[in-house]
Design a protein around this ligand. Sequence first.
Ligand code: C5P
Length: 404
Amino acid sequence: MIDNHFVVPASLTGKRILLGVTGSIAAYKVAGWVREFTTRSAEVTVVMTKAAKRFVSAMTFGALSGNRVYGDMFVREPEELMAHITLSREADVLLIAPATAHTIARLACGMADDLLSAAVLAAKIPVVVCPAMNTAMYTHPATQHNIGRLCDLGYHVIPPECGELACGEEGAGRLPEWETVHEKLIALFCPQDLKGKNIVITAGPTREALDPARYLSNRSSGKMGYALARTAARRGAEVTLVSGPVNLAIPPGVETMQVTTARQMQARVLEKAESADIIVKAAAVSDFRPKNCHRQKIKKNQGISPIEVEENPDILATLGKRKDKGTMLVGFAAESSNHEAEGRRKLEQKKADLIVVNDILRPETGFDVDTNQVILVDAGGSKQLPLMSKEETANRIWDHILTL
Ligand code: C5P
């Protein structure tokens, strides 16, 4: 039976963002974020401070959000009279980006002398602050003190990044990247039910060299393993991702170790296994490696010779054998036939607690696509999940692991 029950969000779809823009040159970058929100079907309402309007016009934010842009506290339109209260009542999160040193100082004191600061005081929703300013201003003890105060008040402060600043100087103070902010916002809507868990995840293929130019590998893209790492971090886990060669961005907040061969992957996993509560082996490890790696490139005129191979260590089975202190072991099985039976065979053979089986022959569940449909096989039975994005699938796998 297919289980169609969703709980944990994997995107910002349908979320209502109240965006406070203050007077920093980085305001132009945030105009791009509005577009990112709307393409993800999130609803954005913008409040600008007076200084923000000197950098980017309200028209820009209005056109990009498709909504009225708020600014003045004292207005005539009846529907705006109570905006300082109603705006946050109609939103799921209040994001202040860029947040200037001045705005941060005013929020730290609890001032309410403009629409944005009054809306912050009236807000009962999570408040996320993205400071952006010159390095000396950011590192000044007054600003640091004020940021500390915002943290004490329960606001979520995303630290600025280091790099070249608009003023020409270099250092901390750059507005965080969109990916970091996007990830933080999704995490706010996720339960923190993996908090305190130490999780090791492997992802991607391994490569086994034949000569300096060639290798044996497989078609794994790493998308499923990266989705597991990303969603676990969102749900509060400490995540170590041991990744084979893939072309994916490292998920924010995830410690990543890059490896190439199965033996390197094994070394990294065993090193981390001691302190792990859960190990998820989503990597497609090469079962075999060439017996000899030629030091020189094999030339065409050397003729065709068979490639002699030897077996790679089975990392999951090794972990299964030495399992002692209750680390949960989760394996994957990419199958082209007898899916459930193969999953159960691997569950028993490798002494895993859960095997996630997928069909590599179907185009929407095979390699390098963003969707998957899996069967969860464990000692208690098996459950088929619906076809959905790899991030939604990852969330459902965590939900299931939490029940085991
Ligand atoms: O036996 P098979 O390769 O199909 O099993 C797949 C599962 O075993 C995956 O979780 C994979 O990461 C793991 N595995 C492993 N070491 C290998 C081969 C597979 O850990 N050498």
